[in-house]
Structure formats: structure tokens, C-alpha cells
Design a protein around this ligand. Structure first.
Ligand SMILES: Cc1cc2nc3c(=O)[nH]c(=O)nc-3n(C[C@H](O)[C@H](O)[C@H](O)COP(=O)(O)OP(=O)(O)OC[C@H]3O[C@@H](n4cnc5c(N)ncnc54)[C@H](O)[C@@H]3O)c2cc1C
Length: 441
């Protein structure tokens, strides 16, 4: 036997926050393979047209876990973050109301306020809502009707979510909603209807954001914090085949790597495509996993923001977009002096050029700019698989794939690795958990 024992690395697929966090938390040698030319994944910032800075739509950081707070605030970006109190609105019936809609209906036409209020009372304590209260909601629409009532469903929740996911809420499962849909009390709803509302409800009432460099500063800092000599980041490289029996990967740079453990953060269906020896039912399950793409349009405009909002939800059909945000409203440093910037988001399969044209119209209609003449540029970008669809097949299909991966010793982490709806903090936590599991195995 050779005196030199080569330690096979932990192979990490994907260098977004989940992959970087896995590497950061490992104590064993690792190799991280990223197909793009720089790490960060969704947490990358683009500078355009002489100083407009855009993240791939709003990327605002919410930290709840004490360990992650300490990591980000003290280690990765000490003195590098600003805390921002959210100013988010909903534009319906020609009126801006504060987000969350459910607790801020004051200012809407009174018949809309009455419909929302009565529907809420009926759903939560009235006779008409009893049947739904006594069983688990069968789908997302029932969840909305059960917890918010018919008025809120009709005037905001159903049209907004139909636009966001590209399918009506009745085709989606209720399973994921709890965390992301605020469930207000009667007092909060009534106060909101009378103008006593608070906009602090919800999981993201304030957020933090890097002072410099856009959200990519977070990924850069994490990349920079990887201990010297602990592993290797290989960019512009991707696996072309993965053999779980031999624990071996063939990479696009021609090399072959044996792994001691494999952590994948690449989209779950793509991982299954790369694997050898996958049972037919697992391949079929992976093909049933669905997601919707998002096309977003980066817009720079002459003149200041006409509205104070950081972002605005636009559920009504006169808008093609479901949400318009403004980086320059959150942080003026993201656009040159005397200008304003916007991201305008469209869900589902779309022509990027058509979205660019629609974005300008939607900005004017939402009264965020005066006219198309103010627009300096409108550039579309596409995020593939942006929102995973929690449809009727999701739970069973995902479980089939995850069970198989578990049997062959492959771990997954992150929004697309796990095929879930989750945040930047979740990606950091998922990477940490994957590293801990590898260390324990
Ligand atoms: C529109 C939108 C808005 C969002 N807004 C927020 C927000 O405001 N706040 C928040 O906390 N979160 C937000 N998120 C969620 C957040 O972006 C993600 O949860 C997080 O960035 C996911 O990190 P990840 O590492 O799991 O995935 P990714 O960032 O997707 O990283 C995966 C990496 O794998 C690489 N890769 C893919 N395939 C391969 C392959 N075959 N081989 C090698 N590498 C590969 C990719 O290039 C990428 O770098 C938003 C998401 C979207 C879509």
C-alpha cells in the first residue's frame, strides 16, 4: 500500500449560497463545481448602463436564525449592511394600499372594503365558513378561503397568485402556504379597514441589504471566507455524468473525480438527468416536477421615483406584470444621481422582447414614471425555474426522487436542489445542514 493516502473530496454541485455554505461549513476537503463563470447563483448583481445596479429582482435579506445572523452580520459583512423598513404596496382599483393587503384595506372603494371584511368574518367565525374550518384545505384556494375569506380571495389573493405561478391556486397544494401567507386576526383586519393598520405583519417587515455592491456582496463575502486550502472552487465547469455506484463524476473540463460524499444544489430534475442507473419510476417522477420561469425587465429612467414604494403588487388584469420593484427607492446608491430604477416581473413562458415593451406600459400605468419618454433602457432577463410549482403531483413526485437519492447516498440542499420555495437564509441553512450530515456520516 502507498504511504500517501489520497482523501477523496466532498463533491458540491453548484456555487449559489447553498453550495458555498456547504463548503464553508465542511471540515473535510471539498471540490465545488459551478457551471457559470462566477459563483453566487441567484445572488449575483449586474451593473448596467453606467452605474445602474440590479439584482435578479428584489433580493432582500431576512435573517431569523441566530447562527446565520452572527455569520452574516459579524463575520461576512461586518458594518456592511443597512436595515430597511419595508415600504411595500398593492395597487388595485386605482389606489395604492400598504402591503399586506389583508390588514391595510383603508382607502379602497368602500364596497371592496365591505366585501373583504364580511368575507373574512364569514370564513373565520360565520356559519358559511364552518365546513372549511372543520377540515384540512384540499388546495391553496381553499386555504385562502379558509383563512382570509371570499373577498380577500377575489380582490387580491387569487388573481395575484394566478399571475405569479401561472396556474390558479386551486391547482396548487396548501402545504407550503403557512409560512408565506400572513394570517391576520379580526382586530388586525378591522383596524386595517378603518385606517389604523400596521404594515408590520408578515415575515418580512424589515430586511437588511449590503451597503455596497448589491446582494452579490453576500456571495462574494462567503466565497472569500472559505478557509484557504480547505477545498477548490472550479467555475465554468459542470458534471456531464455522475456514477453513484463508483462515486465518480465526469466533468466538462475532461477530468474525472471520485467523491467521498456528494451534495447537490443544482435543480433536482437536472441532477436526475446526470445520474446513471436510475429506476424508470424515479426518472418519471423527476419529469413531473414543475416550475415557472420569471422574465424580469431592468428599467432605468430619467428623474426621481414618482412613488415611495420599494415594491408594488399588481394583481389586476390590466397589468401584465405581477410585481414592480424599485432598487433606487430602497437604496439610492443603486442608480446614478437624477435617475430611478425598476424591475418589472412577468411569470410563465414569455417573449422577453414583449416583456420589455410591457414593462414600460406597466410602469406608466402604475404611475411610477410619467411616460415612456423618461425610459433610458428596458432590458429583459430570464430566471429559469424561478418558482417551483406545488401542484397536486409535487409531494409524491419529489418524495420518490428524494428517497432514491437517499438510498444511493446523495444529499441535496438549496431552493432548486431541494425543489422548494425558500429564501437566501434557507439556502445558507440548508448548506450548513448538508455539511453537518456529511461530517456525521
Ligand atoms: C425572483 C426571485 C426573487 C427572490 N427574492 C428573494 C428575497 O427577496 N429574499 C430572499 O431571501 N430570497 C429571495 N429569493 C430566493 C433566493 O434567491 C434563493 O433561495 C437562493 O439564492 C437559492 O440559492 P441556491 O444556492 O439554493 O440556488 P442558486 O442560487 O440557484 O444556485 C445554484 C447554482 O448551481 C449552478 N448550477 C446549476 N446547474 C448546474 C450544473 N449542472 N452544474 C454546475 N452548476 C450548476 C447555478 O449556476 C447556480 O450558481 C428569490 C428568488 C427568486 C427566483
Amino acid at each position: 500500500m502507498s504511504a500517501h493516502t489520497h482523501i477523496e473530496p466532498v463533491l458540491i454541485l453548484g456555487g449559489g449560497l447553498a453550495g458555498l455554505s456547504t463548503a464553508f461549513h465542511l471540515r473535510r476537503p471539498w471540490l465545488l463545481v459551478e457551471k457559470e463563470s462566477r459563483v453566487g447563483g441567484l445572488v449575483r448583481t449586474e451593473t448596467m448602463h453606467g452605474g445602474f445596479r440590479f439584482d435578479p429582482t428584489g433580493h432582500w435579506l431576512h435573517l431569523r436564525d441566530p447562527g446565520m445572523k452572527a455569520l452574516v452580520h459579524e463575520r461576512l459583512l461586518p458594518d456592511g449592511l443597512v436595515t430597511v423598513a419595508r415600504r411595500a404596496a398593492v395597487f388595485t382599483r386605482g389606489v395604492f394600499t400598504r402591503f399586506p393587503y389583508q390588514v391595510n384595506t383603508h382607502g379602497l372603494p368602500v364596497e371592496v372594503v365591505a366585501e373583504n371584511l364580511l368575507g373574512f368574518v364569514e370564513a373565520t367565525v360565520g356559519e358559511g365558513g364552518r365546513a372549511l374550518r372543520e377540515r384540512e384545505p384540499a388546495n391553496f384556494e381553499e386555504f385562502i378561503l379558509r383563512h382570509l375569506g371570499a373577498g380577500f380571495a377575489k380582490n387580491f389573493m387569487v388573481p395575484y397568485n394566478t399571475k405569479l405561478f401561472g396556474v390558479p391556486p386551486r391547482e396548487l397544494s396548501a402545504a407550503w402556504c403557512g409560512r408565506f401567507v400572513p394570517k391576520p386576526s379580526l382586530k388586525e383586519v378591522v383596524d386595517g379597514a378603518l385606517g389604523l393598520g400596521s404594515d408590520a405583519l408578515g415575515y418580512n417587515a424589515s430586511f437588511v441589504y449590503p451597503k455596497e455592491g448589491g446582494i452579490e456582496s453576500l456571495a462574494r463575502a462567503l466565497h472569500g471566507a472559505l478557509p484557504e486550502g480547505s477545498g477548490e472552487v472550479r467555475v465554468s465547469t459542470e458534471p456531464v455524468a455522475l456514477d453513484w455506484e463508483r462515486r465518480s463524476a465526469r466533468l466538462s473540463d475532461g477530468s474525472e473525480v471520485r467523491w467521498s460524499a456528494l451534495v447537490s444544489t443544482v435543480p433536482l430534475p437536472a441532477l436526475v438527468d446526470l445520474l446513471h442507473q436510475v429506476p424508470d419510476e424515479v426518472r418519471a417522477a423527476a419529469r413531473r416536477l414543475r416550475a415557472t420561469d420569471v422574465t424580469w425587465v431592468a428599467v432605468g429612467a430619467r428623474g426621481p421615483n414618482l412613488q415611495p414604494w420599494h415594491w408594488v403588487y399588481t394583481p389586476e388584469p390590466e397589468f401584465a406584470t405581477y410585481r414592480i420593484g424599485s432598487p433606487s427607492a430602497v437604496f439610492p446608491g443603486t442608480a446614478p444621481p437624477g435617475t430611478s430604477s425598476f424591475y418589472v416581473e412577468y411569470s410563465g413562458p414569455r417573449s422577453p422582447q414583449a416583456c420589455a415593451r410591457a414593462a414600460v406600459e406597466d410602469l406608466v400605468r402604475a404611475r411610477m414614471i410619467h411616460s415612456a419618454a423618461e425610459v433610458l433602457f428596458a432590458e429583459p432577463r430570464v430566471i429559469r425555474n424561478a418558482y417551483v410549482l406545488y401542484d397536486g403531483q409535487y409531494g409524491e413526485a419529489r418524495q420518490t426522487v428524494v428517497d432514491f437519492l437517499g438510498r444511493v447516498g446523495i444529499r441535496t440542499a438549496g431552493r432548486y436542489g431541494n425543489w422548494e420555495y425558500s429564501s437566501m437564509e434557507d439556502a445558507l441553512l440548508g448548506g450548513r445542514a448538508a455539511a453537518e450530515q456529511v461530517e456525521r456520516a
